[in-house]
Design a protein around this ligand. Structure first.
Ligand SMILES: *Cc1c(COP(=O)(O)O)cnc(C)c1O
Length: 360
C-alpha cells in the first residue's frame, strides 16, 4: 500500500486499506473457485453466498429490523429520485425538504409524477442551514416526506430528523449512511448510492419497510419497481455483482472494527479536529451553520477563489487530493467518510495552518 494519498473526494471516494487488500487477495481467484468474482454468474451458488452474506452483514451492522427489505438496485441515488415517487406517491402528492442540490434534484424529478410541496427551501441562506421542525411547512395529506440526510455539496447534516405525524419519512443517505447511529424504524425508506460510504459506484442500496412495497405507477420501468425488485430478490436482471461484493467487504470491515458505534466515535473525532481548528482562526470561513454541520463533508473558503484554487493545488502536491469544492459553490470541501483515517485529517489541519501562515 505504498504511495497512497489521502483522497478527500466526495465520491467516488476512499476505501479502507484493509478492504482494498482483501479485494486484491481475491481478485484473480476467489476462494479457490478458479475465477474472479467479476466472472461469476449471479445465479451461481458461490455468488449467491456473497450476495446473501452482504445483505445479512448490512442488516446486522445497521440493525435493520425484519420488517424491512434490503434492495440492491441500479441507477445510483439518482435512479431513486424517480423510483421513490413512482412507487410511493400513492395520492399524487409529496413533501420535499430542500436543503441542498441533491434534495432539489430529487424534488424536481418527483414533480414529473405528481404534486410536490416544497416544505422548506434553504436557497436564501446558501443551504448553510438545516431547518427546525417549526420551519417546515408539511402538508397533512402527503404520501411521504423526503429529506436528504447529509448535504454533500454544502456540508450540512440533519441531527434530528423531522417529525412527520405518521407520514412515511424517506431519506437520501447517500453521503452519511453507515457513518453514525440511526434508528432505521424512524424511516419508511432509506436509500443511498454506494460510492461514498459503502463501497464503489454502480449500486444503489434501498432499505424499505415491507408494507410500503406494493402497487407502483403503471408507467414505472420494471427495473425501478419495488414490488418487482422484492419478488426477484434484486435479481430481475444481472445485479451489480462486483459492487455488491465490495459492499460486503466494507460492512464486514466495519463490523470487525466495532460497528457503527466505533466508526461514529472515530467520525466525531475527525470532524471535531477540523471544526475546532476552523473555529479557532479567521483565515478560513466555514460555510455551514454550526448546528447544521456535516460530519462527512466539511466545507469552507479561503479569502478568495484564487486562493482556494492554490490551496487545492498545494494540498495535492502534499499528498492530499480532491479538496476543491463542488463546482456549484466553489471553496474547499474535505470529505472525510468512514475510510478516511484520522491521520489524514491531522495532516490536513497541519497543512491548513501552514497555508494560512504563508498566505494570511
Ligand atoms: C452523490 C449523491 C447523490 C447522487 O448519487 P448517484 O449515485 O451518483 O446518483 C444523491 N444524493 C446525495 C446526498 C449524494 O451525495
Amino acid at each position: 500500500m505504498e504511495n497512497r494519498i489521502y483522497n478527500f473526494a466526495a465520491g467516488p471516494s476512499m476505501l479502507a486499506d484493509e478492504v482494498l487488500k482483501g479485494l486484491h487477495e481475491e481478485l484473480l481467484n476467489y476462494k479457490g473457485s478458479g475465477m474472479s468474482v467479476m466472472e461469476m454468474s449471479h445465479r451461481s451458488k458461490g455468488y449467491l453466498e456473497i450476495f446473501n452474506d452482504t445483505k445479512d452483514t448490512l442488516r446486522r451492522v445497521m440493525n435493520i429490523p425484519e420488517e424491512y427489505e434490503i434492495f440492491f438496485m441500479h441507477g445510483g441515488a439518482t435512479g431513486q429520485f424517480a423510483a421513490i415517487p413512482m412507487n410511493l406517491m400513492k395520492n399524487g402528492k409529496a413533501d420535499y425538504v430542500v436543503t441542498g442540490n441533491f434534495a432539489k434534484k430529487a424534488a424536481e424529478e418527483a414533480s414529473k409524477y405528481g404534486e410536490v410541496n416544497i416544505a422548506y427551501d434553504g436557497k436564501d441562506n446558501g443551504y448553510a442551514h438545516i431547518p427546525e421542525q417549526s420551519e417546515l411547512k408539511l402538508s397533512e395529506d402527503a404520501s411521504y416526506v423526503h429529506v436528504c440526510a447529509n448535504n454533500t455539496i454544502f456540508g450540512t447534516e440533519w441531527k434530528k430528523f423531522p417529525e412527520t405525524n405518521g407520514i412515511p419519512l424517506v431519506a437520501d443517505m447517500s453521503s452519511d449512511i453507515l457513518s453514525r447511529k440511526i434508528n432505521v424504524s424512524d424511516f419508511a425508506v432509506i436509500y443511498a448510492g454506494a460510492q461514498k460510504n459503502m463501497g464503489i459506484a454502480g449500486l444503489a442500496v434501498v432499505i424499505i419497510r415491507k408494507d410500503l412495497i406494493g402497487e407502483h405507477d403503471p408507467k414505472t420501468p420494471q427495473i425501478l419497481a419495488y414490488d418487482v425488485t422484492a419478488k426477484n430478490d434484486s435479481m430481475l436482471n444481472t445485479p451489480s455483482t462486483y459492487s455488491i461484493y465490495v459492499l460486503g467487504k466494507v460492512v464486514k470491515w466495519l463490523e470487525d472494527l466495532g460497528g457503527i458505534e466505533e466508526i461514529e466515535r472515530r467520525n466525531i473525532a475527525k470532524a471535531k479536529l477540523l471544526y475546532d481548528y476552523l473555529d479557532s482562526q479567521s483565515f478560513y470561513k466555514p460555510h455551514a451553520e454550526k448546528e447544521s454541520r456535516s460530519m462527512m463533508n466539511v466545507t469552507f473558503t479561503t479569502p478568495d477563489p484564487e486562493m482556494d484554487a492554490l490551496f487545492a493545488k498545494k494540498a495535492t502536491e502534499n499528498g492530499m487530493s480532491n479538496l476543491k469544492g463542488h463546482r456549484l459553490v466553489g471553496g474547499i470541501r474535505a470529505s472525510i467518510y468512514n475510510a478516511m483515517p484520522i491521520e489524514g485529517v491531522e495532516k490536513l489541519v497541519e497543512f491548513m495552518k501552514e497555508f494560512a501562515k504563508e498566505n494570511g
